[in-house]
Ligand binder design. Structure first.
Ligand code: AHR
Length: 521
């Protein structure tokens, strides 16, 4: 391991040291002989909450909108999401879920009551987007729905009836109500969250009390007509290992999975989270190293699960992750609207590189959130016919699509590392590899250096490369981003930085760039 600086020297010295050195070089050794698990496509999951303009204005504008729409869904957003191959979509929250009463969101739209979104800015919502609108959207996108049920302020009966409404095919009261509302056949709903952040906005509970509530609520979530439920307990935030331990002991095999939330956020003394677009090199490095800390957090939760569930029956779902900055200037503070730069793109690629390593237990990850909220894929406005921007994070998700349901291939990285604020270290290179069902090897490689080009020697014992093709994502600056006026400032372009000599591959990656390549013999 090479280290550029000792932690004590701090960031300003680091910047000096980096610019004083020549370009970086590193080696990645790909271990083709030791294939790992399949990387579940659900690692690329999404999260859509009734928050700001995620649902209203983002996914949904209603049939009477001047914005081009298909049955009320924005056409531009719909197409961009189809292109992304979203495997699973979580809804309706987040914190919103524990105050949502699903019966207010069914039936004729003009008869649906309005509601106050107490969690997110006190916005008054008209409930025009409800169960039918969400589940139909999932069908249109070809993705699995992940319903987050209300435990905090709802009743056992309410949740039980929701499951019946969505999934029963019988002559049952809820199935008949659904038919009356225009849907004859039930939907398939597999993923069911029993509460969200029950330690906080979902009811301020202790894990012992939540575990008992989980047992009670989940008992009445029945499986109708062949619909198999996969029940998810509301899990810990970040470093709360006690929550996982208590739930594992008290709930055990009554759950299929327990969730975990981890945001790459560092709160200032005054609660500020920093600007999404205007940041220093020190802040860039600090964010990436905080993002990488999710590895240790996952490892520690998995260690508890391994101890209490040695046969690996219960999965871990990271059903909220991503960056969280101060809201964009002039926007509603309760709507969590933020821009998305190359720094966010690197948080995404580094996160996936880690997630791929833990899929023995980690079976799903849902970035927060899909449109207009936190680290979103898409930003929209509603002016005139409406505009849409694909964020750098969207492009990372698309470039990493090749890893969905592919076989994980382990690799070893030898590279420089730097110390960052907060006593963390950041390797200057991150990578992941997989083999798809046709046996094609894909690698995604990220140069995390803020200002240095990096040459990467690929060592792939057993494979003499003949062709290397792929795409690169980069911006002029680590803070480059796309706007409605300039939507293509950051977008993937063909990668021409690969050299092959006698079957050996060398990549040249500009500072703060991400590539995905396929290597063929
Ligand atoms: O994603 C925004 C919020 O973050 C969610 O509503 C909540 O679950 C988490 O605290």
């Amino acid at each position: 391991m090479k280290t550029l600086l000792k932690p004590i020297l701090g960031i300003s010295m680091l910047a000096v040291s980096l610019s004083a050195s020549a370009q970086l070089s590193s080696t990645v050794t790909v271990d083709l002989a030791n294939e790992g698990n399949l990387i579940p496509k659900e690692i690329y999951g999404q999260f859509s909450e009734h928050l700001g303009q995620c649902i209203y204005g983002g996914l949904w504008v209603g049939e009477n909108s001047q914005i081009p729409n298909e049955k009320g869904y924005r056409k531009d957003v719909l197409q961009a999401l189809k292109d992304l191959h979203v495997p699973v979509l979580r809804w309706p929250g987040g914190c919103f879920a524990d105050e949502y009463h699903w019966m207010d969101g069914i039936g004729p739209k003009e008869k649906r009551p309005t509601m106050v979104n107490n969690n997110w800015g006190g916005t008054v919502e008209d409930n025009s987007f409800g169960t039918h609108e969400f589940l139909n959207l999932c069908e249109m996108l070809g993705c699995e729905p992940y319903i987050s049920g209300n435990v905090g302020s709802g009743t056992v009966e309410e949740l039980a009836k929701w499951v019946e409404y969505m999934t029963s095919d019988g002559n049952s009261p809820m199935a008949n109500l659904r038919r009356q509302n225009g849907r004859e056949k039930p939907w398939k709903v597999k993923f069911l969250g029993v509460g969200n952040e029950s330690w906080g906005c979902g009811g301020s509970m202790r894990p012992e009390y939540y575990s008992d509530l989980y047992r009670r609520y989940s008992t009445y979530c029945r499986e109708y007509d062949g619909n198999k439920l996969y029940k998810v307990a509301s899990g810990a935030s970040d470093y709360d290992y006690n929550w996982t331990r208590v739930c594992m002991k008290a709930i055990g095999n009554r759950m299929n999975a327990i969730s975990l939330h981890y945001y790459s956020v560092i709160n200032g003394w005054d609660g500020s989270k920093g600007s999404a677009t205007d940041f220093t090199t020190a802040e860039y490095l600090r964010t990436l190293s905080k993002c990488r800390e999710v590895e240790e957090v996952i490892q520690k939760h998995i260690a508890i699960m391994d101890e209490l569930d040695p046969k690996n029956h219960i999965d871990l779902l990271l059903d909220e992750w991503g960056t969280w900055w101060d809201v964009a200037e002039g926007t509603n503070p309760g709507w969590l609207f933020q821009q998305n730069t190359m720094r966010d793109a690197l948080v995404a690629s580094l996160s996936f590189d880690i997630f791929h390593k833990y899929t023995r237990r980690l079976k799903m990850a849902n970035i927060a959130q899909i449109v207009n909220v936190l680290q979103s894929m898409i930003l929209t406005d509603q002016k005139g016919q409406g505009h849409m921007v694909l964020t750098p994070t969207y492009h990372v998700f698309k470039m990493y699509n090749v890893h969905q349901d592919a076989t994980f291939i382990p690799l070893d990285i030898q590279c420089d590392k730097v110390s960052t604020e907060g006593n963390r270290t950041l390797p200057m290179l991150s990578a992941t590899a997989s083999k798809d069902k046709n046996g094609i090897l894909h690698l995604s490689v990220t140069n995390t250096a803020p200002d240095k080009t990096q040459t990467v020697k690929l060592n792939i014992p057993g494979l003499k490369a003949k062709t290397v093709t792929g795409e690169i994502l980069n911006g002029k600056f680590m803070g480059s981003y796309n706007t409605f006026e300039n939507p293509d400032d950051v977008k993937p372009v063909p990668f021409n930085g690969a050299k092959i000599k006698k079957g050996e591959v060398e990549l040249t990656l500009p500072a703060h760039s991400i590539v995905t390549i396929e290597v063929k013999p």
